[in-house]
Design a binder for this molecule. Sequence first.
Ligand SMILES: [Fe+2]
Length: 170
Amino acid sequence: MPTASITPTLETRLSRPARFIASDTLLSSLQSVLVDLIELNLQAKQAHWNVVGPNFHDVHRHLDLIVTTARDTADGVAERMRAVGGIPDGVSSTVADTTGLRAYPRGEVTTRATIDLISDRIYATVANVRALQPAVAEEDSVTADLLNSTIAQFEQHAWLLSSENRTPTS
Ligand SMILES: [Fe+2]
């Protein structure tokens, strides 16, 4: 009498339901991060176009690096939502209605005010991610890694940008 194999067949392994599906809470957290990143992308571009004053060129160029980071991290968050069973909503009305970031002023803005305004928006974005992060990490360490990377990139941007307006402490 033949003995049954304990090694799973290829067919068995392929049919095993191994896909991780995020909870509604996790998807809601990612959606919250997504709208802030899209709004930050738009605000940093507005700032890039309309900044004026001393050290214009450095600030103008750094703002475009922030735009790129915001766009790339938004893409990463949205695609993570798709990968774990969610549907990102990045339409302009959703972003305007749900972002936690304060509106950006219209018209020309001095370099000094621009630095404060965008640093404030970056720290607000990061604060939201940091507040959501413990629950995200408890459910899914892979998504938590994505958010940790987002935090690290923006905290570096905020440090670099806000240092333009600082004076030595000693
Ligand atoms: Fe440009």
